[in-house]
Design a protein around this ligand. Structure first.
Ligand SMILES: [Fe+2]
Length: 393
């Protein structure tokens, strides 16, 4: 913990110094305003720690009023975007210096501030609004004629929190039910906060309706939120949590689910490890002949294990976790730490035991909502995904 605070302190000091030197001091304004601007930046950079001191809840998920979290997010986004733009501005300044071209530092700083402000407001609005529906046709082998046009709604990364309150969750549920899905899949990150804190906000999930029910798996945030209790609550609301388990839908389609790997590592309030993801176990109860003749869809919260999962002849893996990368630049980093997967469709090739090749389709949803710690999306919409299954010849 001490290491975390020291790292955070050094990082904040570097960021603040750069913002002051590159953005504030070149401005042609009174020194008093510059000092006020610097103090405001200091408060913004430390906002998570300040909110934690004032309100209860977690470090990045304080129980602050929604407008406080949104306002804090706009300011935080301003800093992240400004850092990126200042870097470009300083490269331009260096080039001008090399080629002896006049550079107006005051104007450049004003342009950076203006653009960063516009994108921080837009990015926060994009992150907190109710998502649109994205329709996806999925062509699948061995699909029985009865399942042609079978509709599967995918909700992931709902992140009910002090940012995403009951009204938001209810709006997502109403929009999903209006699609009249045959099946609803929720592979993790339901909530940020304990059952006591967030039960009321997440409760509309019990109104989800689909002909073949609602299936879920855990995400990493469930383990930060007291998963043992959430498991019971989610099951009591009719969500069948698949923890290394499978179900057969309509005698024609296998849905498997593995828990998130965060449960393997004790911490965050639990001392006994939860089961690790184990696809062998998840498919153990399915007869080999059924596995050969029925399509298999897998829920795995993170996309990172896709190459291993593909070896099990999975037809489609659905994941989330990456939030689509949130914004250009950051998306590259998130893609790298998630083994190359960040958003949309991927073909994942695997060699099977008989040395034949198998291509598993992976769909990484940008998420239905956004984690309250950094709710910003730039050119990255959240979504409710609706898959329509189609027979592949
Ligand atoms: Fe996650």
């Amino acid at each position: 913990m001490l290491r975390f605070f020291i790292t955070a302190f050094v990082l904040f000091a570097v960021i603040l110094s750069y913002l002051n030197l590159s953005m504030i001091w070149p401005l042609k304004i009174a020194n008093n305003f510059k000092i006020l601007f610097s103090i405001a930046l200091l408060i913004i950079v430390c906002k998570d720690f300040i909110l934690r001191l004032i309100f209860s809840g977690g470090l990045f998920t304080p129980d602050a009023p929604r407008w406080v979290i949104i306002a804090g997010s706009v300011m935080y986004a301003f800093i992240i975007i400004a850092l990126f733009l200042l870097f470009i501005k300083d490269l331009a300044w260096l080039a001008c210096k090399l080629f002896k071209i006049k550079f107006n530092a005051d104007l450049a700083s004003r342009v950076v501030i203006f653009i960063a402000l516009c994108f921080s407001f837009y990015g926060t609005w994009e992150a907190v609004r109710v998502p649109d529906v994205k329709y996806q046709d999925f062509y699948i082998k061995n699909l029985s004629p009865e399942l042609e046009d079978f509709k599967i709604a995918l909700l992931v990364d709902i992140h009910a929190s002090s940012l995403n309150r009951r009204e938001f969750v209810q709006a997502v549920v109403d929009k999903t039910n209006a699609l009249k899905p045959d099946l609803i899949l929720i592979p993790g990150d339901f909530v940020d906060g304990s059952v006591e804190q967030r039960r009321y906000d997440l409760e509309p999930l019990k109104d989800l309706r689909a002909k073949f029910g609602v299936l879920g798996t855990s995400g990493n945030h469930e383990y930060y939120s007291g998963y043992e209790r959430w498991f019971e609550v989610l099951e009591s609301w009719g969500i069948n949590m698949l923890e290394n388990e499978s179900v057969i839908i309509n005698n024609n389609l296998i849905i498997a689910g593995v828990p998130d790997e965060q449960g393997k590592t004790p911490g965050f309030g639990f001392s006994t490890p939860f089961p690790a993801p184990d696809l062998n176990k998840a498919l153990a109860d399915i007869k080999p002949e059924d596995l050969n003749k029925m399509p298999v869809i897998l829920m795995d919260h993170r996309p990172g294990n896709a190459r291993e999962n593909a070896k099990f002849k999975i037809d489609l893996q659905v994941s989330g976790h990456t939030h689509g990368g949130q914004m250009p630049g950051l998306a590259k980093i998130i893609q790298k730490v998630n083994k190359g997967y960040v958003k949309g469709w991927y073909d994942v090739e695997a060699e099977l035991q008989d040395k034949s090749k198998h291509i598993m389709k992976l769909y990484v949803s940008p998420g239905t909502s956004q984690w309250g710690g950094f709710p910003v999306r730039i050119f990255d919409n959240s979504e409710i995904t609706l898959f329509r299954l189609k027979a592949k010849n």
